[in-house]
Design a binder for this molecule. Structure first.
Ligand SMILES: O=P(O)(O)OC[C@H]1O[C@](O)(CO)[C@@H](O)[C@@H]1O
Length: 439
């Protein structure tokens, strides 16, 4: 393809699949087509189930949708130009204005020459468009089957976490823990949800194997946390001065990751004086495994309706947090746009203002990290607070396993040491960063 340059991403440039020696290129060229082919296979396989749920009219629509997904795959592989959206989804005008903006700037808009962040988000919005323009299948989440399977496979892995929490009385409000224990247990839960982010269906091309016994494994992985602000975060969360904290939790993947998010969220409201915890979920099917409201409720229900009494106990607690409004589910369009978070203050001042009331915003995962640091190939020693540009609504932390070649805030020479030891340290998911910023 002659739109590709045999170069790595230049320093301080936004990542793009036009740089052949960057992760964006193989990701777009090899990984995305696999995701789309899997999706086609799955929709074929689930055809009868889909017709049973969505009615006879769904048959013809499904055939069309499958054809459109195959065409989308061809458009990715051949670098076809981006097109405007026409469905009546609430984000259509925003997407079209963004496409227009890039065109006015003279940017080339296709899967290789566009900036990677925008191109990838555009791809998932395109998948949504295929269903948004159908009448029977309008609300079908094409990744539903993969997410459900991931949930089923993940449930056994959380047993040890629940047993530990139960045995240590971590959620028992009548049992008081020392500040030290409070902080240690919090750190352990933060680490569980951090490393649970290693799994995601988009990185794995649609299928993953769930790690069992995360609780014991995380204890051995501290050396793989390349920037570790966990202590700053846990100090802020256990601080007694603020007894009515609000936490905003910008989630990432379904399955083990959201389950670990729920343990942490439970601990925060039970032991850390968090009075309100807002789960910020995705409004549309996103990056295969991202959590939408229905996935969130399905997860709580799966735990609540388990045959195992300890699971049921946790599930009941979680349902109670929801019923009492201590846990709130919030869905904002911004999470599924192709914009970095630095733009939020200008493009969605309302959401920025809402987030400003937070005592801590927790960002999960790699894509949120890329959006935070504007998907720029920073000099790795660039401070995190500088890389996030104009995004400083409240104290925030990013819990991210490294799955894309963008990083900042490293100590001097660390990137060189890592490069000398590992080819793939930025993209393998074997290393992580926990980075904190406060306005
Ligand atoms: O679920 P996460 O951690 O946001 O990861 C999303 C994945 O998609 C990517 O954005 C690229 O496809 C990677 O950066 C990452 O592998």
């Amino acid at each position: 393809m002659n739109i590709v340059l045999d170069l790595p991403t230049p320093r301080n440039e936004k990542l793009s699949a036009k740089y052949k020696r960057s992760f964006a290129y193989p990701s777009m060229k090899d990984r995305v087509p696999v995701i789309l082919s899997k999706l086609v296979d799955l929709l074929y396989r689930e055809k009868q189930n889909i017709i049973n749920i969505y009615g006879e009219g769904a048959e013809e629509e499904l055939k069309t949708a499958i054809g459109e997904i195959s065409q989308l795959k061809n458009h990715v592989q051949t670098g076809k130009p981006f097109e405007k959206f026409s469905s009546s989804d609430p984000d259509t005008d925003i997407w079209n204005a963004d496409l227009e903006g890039f065109i006015k700037n003279g940017s080339k808009l296709n899967y290789y020459e566009a900036i990677w962040l925008f191109a990838e988000c555009y791809l998932y919005r395109k998948i949504r468009e295929i269903f948004a323009t159908k009448s029977c299948l309008n609300i079908l989440d094409p990744f539903f089957y993969q997410k459900s399977l991931l949930l089923t496979d993940s449930l056994p892995a959380i047993g040890p976490i629940m047993t530990h929490m139960e045995e240590e009385g971590l959620l028992d409000t009548s049992k008081s823990l020392s500040q030290k224990q409070l902080q240690e247990e919090l750190t352990m839960l933060l680490k569980c949800t951090l490393w649970a982010n290693r799994l995601d269906l988009s990185l794995a091309g649609g299928t993953v194997e769930v790690q069992s016994d995360l609780l014991h494994q995380v204890r051995n992985w501290d050396d793989n946390i390349l920037v570790n602000d966990l202590e700053r975060v846990s100090c802020l969360l256990v601080a007694v001065e603020n007894s009515s904290k609000i936490v905003d939790y910008v989630t990432d993947n379904s399955g083990l990751e959201i389950l670990c998010d729920l343990f942490l969220a439970d601990y925060l409201v039970s032991k850390c004086n968090v009075k309100q915890l807002n789960f910020r979920l995705k409004p549309i099917p996103w990056y295969v495994s991202d959590v939408m409201p229905k996935d969130f409720y399905q997860t709580v229900e799966a735990v609540r309706s388990s045959k195992n009494p300890i699971y049921r106990k946790f599930g009941e607690r979680w349902q109670k947090h929801i019923d009492e409004g201590i846990w709130k589910v919030k869905v904002d369009l911004y999470w599924c746009l192709g914009k970095p978070y630095s733009d939020m203050v200008d493009s969605d001042p309302q959401l920025y203002k809402e987030l400003s009331s937070s005592s801590l915003i927790i960002f999960k995962g790699d894509l949120n990290y890329r959006k935070l640091v504007q998907d720029i190939n920073w000099d790795p020693i660039t401070p995190f607070s500088e890389a996030i540009g104009k995004f400083h609504p409240a104290p925030l932390v990013t819990l991210r396993t490294c799955k894309a070649d963008v990083i900042c805030g490293l100590e001097k020479d660390l990137a060189e040491v890592m490069n000398a030891k590992y080819d793939d340290w930025l993209v393998s998911g074997n290393f992580a960063v926990v980075q904190f910023d406060s306005p």
